[in-house]
Every structure is written in structure tokens, then in C-alpha cells.
Write a protein that binds this ligand. Structure first.
Ligand code: ZN
Length: 312
């Protein structure tokens, strides 16, 4: 499959697809007030995601995949025809071959490639680490109990402070994703600055773990076309999320955090939910109950390594 053919297929797809899907990126994030929950819900409903509560620099504008076709044709791609020949995904350092069963759609949901594959799954993600061994171990104890895998979207400045914590995530079987170096809003930054923010993380993760990330999530969900472009240039699948736990809006002193977190997730729950969580103590504490709740509703946990690196 040549790149040109891939580009043609993609162009044809974009022409025939619903244009409203192009503006559904939930550009909320940690800077957002609790109403970013509504933003994520709006994204799910396929409507525009105007989020007035978000600080101006992080506000959504047009994050159109169509505006940067290069971002959708990842150089790491080996297949655009649903075949199983995609280059092996690395991420956890444990060189396990996982069948490519899922792909990501433009709402950042996980969708099965074949009718026969279970569509009732969620993708678990934890952002903004690595912070603390205790937290990381607690999260993995729970993931292991539920036989679940997750992506850990990490920041370069934290890795530099604690490379051993990144190693810990790898050793415990986490899939490491790139969340930029400084956790800044990338969408309005010049290309060279964004390139540095993203590629410095690729470099340090490779140095520490031996493998560069294949997943990218921009801080505050605001990567813009420039973030998409640099992610694609590095062979990464770009994603924000489709189900925000809102754990980032909670404070230590708040009561009932576990119940609130579970309600936030279950209120938005749908097949393929891409669940945004963070490396936070109350999230680690709520995790067992959350995963039990999801399982009781019939949901499985998608292995991130089973997701194709091309959005479609
Ligand atoms: Zn973040």
C-alpha cells in the first residue's frame, strides 16, 4: 500500500464523511471548570464544543483533521485497508504481539475492526505522571486485579526528575504515551516549539525504556493542527478523550470523590469510551470500584496495543 493510495483513500473518506465530526475534539482539560464535562458530552453528541469556561489560550477553535491530512496518514502506518499488517506497536517494553482489533474514530472512541470483536470496551488512560511510586503501584495493583491495561501519558519534565518512575510504569506493564514536555497548551505555539515539546519526550522515554511512545495526547486536549502534525511525523496516534472522569476538578478535601468519579464516567459511558483519568490519589483510590462497576455493566478493557495507529 503506497502512501499516495493511502492519501487518496483518506481524501475520499473525508469528502464523504460528516463534516461535523471534524469539530468534536473535546478541548477541555485541567484548566477547564467542571462544565468541561458538558463539553465532552457535547462532543459525544456530535455537536460543537464551545467551552466558554476554558481559559482563552486553551479554548477550542478549529481542530480539523481535514485541515491537516498529513496528520491522519501516519508514517508508521503499514495498512489502511483493515489488514493486519501494521507495524508492531511497542510501548510497554514487553515485546508482546497483540492482535490489532480496534481503531480510533474521530470522536476518539475505540471501535472494533470486525463485527465479531467485542465493541463494549473502554480505553483506560492516566495523564500527568509519573509522580509517585506509591500511586503508580496502587493503580497497577488494581489494573492487574482486573486484568486491564492502560496508557500512561507522561510529561518530560517529570521523567527528567524521576526516570525510575517511568521505568516502574514500564516494568509493571503500562503503555507509555507522550503528553509533551512541559504540559503547556501547544495549539498556538510555533511548529519548532511544538516539535521540541513532543520530540524531547520521545527521546527521553526511548532513553529510559528503550522504546518511543506511539500514542500522543496534547495537554488540555489542545494540540491543534500543529500538534497533530508533529505527532504524525513521529508515528504517533493523536487522541484527546471521549469520557472525562473530571478527577482533575476534585480537591483533596472534597468528600465522596469515589462516587463522583464513578458517576462522571458512567454518565458518559458508551461503547469505546476513551476514559481520561490522572495520576491522582483519589483516582487510584476509586479505581477498583470504578473498574468493578464498568465490568458489571458488561464492559471490557481494551488493550491499548490492540489499537491501530491510524485514526479512521
Ligand atoms: Zn494533562
Amino acid at each position: 500500500m503506497g502512501k499516495q493510495t493511502a492519501a487518496l483513500l483518506l481524501a475520499a473518506f473525508l469528502l464523504t464523511s460528516c463534516s461535523s465530526a471534524e469539530n468534536t475534539a473535546p478541548d477541555g482539560g485541567k484548566a477547564a471548570a467542571p462544565s468541561s464535562n458538558a463539553s465532552a458530552s457535547a462532543a459525544l453528541a456530535g455537536t460543537s464544543t464551545a467551552s466558554p469556561s476554558i481559559q482563552p489560550s486553551a479554548a477550542a477553535s478549529s481542530q480539523s483533521p481535514a485541515a491537516s491530512p498529513g496528520a491522519s496518514v501516519s508514517p508508521a502506518e503499514g495498512s489502511v485497508d483493515g489488514g493486519a499488517k501494521q507495524k508492531e506497536q511497542a510501548g510497554s517494553g514487553t515485546e508482546v504481539k497483540v492482535p490489532l482489533l480496534y481503531h480510533m474514530n474521530k470522536n476518539y472512541d475505540i471501535k472494533p475492526n470486525e463485527e465479531s470483536t467485542n465493541k463494549k470496551v473502554v480505553l483506560l488512560t492516566f495523564d500527568d505522571g509519573p509522580k509517585e511510586a506509591k500511586l503508580i503501584n496502587s493503580i497497577f495493583d488494581t489494573l492487574d486485579k482486573h486484568k486491564a491495561k492502560a496508557i500512561f501519558f507522561v510529561n518530560g519534565y517529570r521523567i527528567k526528575e524521576h526516570p525510575e518512575l517511568l521505568k516502574l510504569i514500564q516494568e509493571r506493564g503500562g503503555i507509555i504515551g507522550n503528553h509533551s514536555w512541559d504540559h503547556i497548551v501547544l495549539k498556538d505555539k510555533p511548529y519548532t516549539a511544538v516539535k521540541k515539546q513532543i520530540e524531547d519526550v520521545q527521546r527521553i522515554v526511548k532513553e529510559v525504556t528503550g522504546v518511543a511512545p506511539v500514542f500522543f495526547r496534547p495537554p488540555h486536549g489542545a494540540g491543534g493542527d500543529v500538534g497533530r502534525k508533529v505527532a504524525a511525523e513521529n508515528g504517533m496516534l493523536y487522541m484527546t478523550w471521549s469520557n472525562g472522569s473530571l478527577d482533575w476538578t476534585m480537591k483533596e478535601k472534597d468528600t465522596g470523590k469515589t462516587e463522583k468519579l464513578i458517576k462522571n464516567v458512567t454518565d458518559q459511558l458508551h461503547p469505546g469510551s476513551n476514559i481520561l483519568m490522572h495520576e491522582l490519589p483519589w483516582t487510584a483510590e476509586a479505581l477498583d470500584k470504578l473498574l468493578t462497576t464498568l465490568a458489571s455493566k458488561g464492559y471490557g478493557f481494551a488493550d491499548p496495543r490492540s489499537i491501530e495507529l491510524k485514526m479512521r
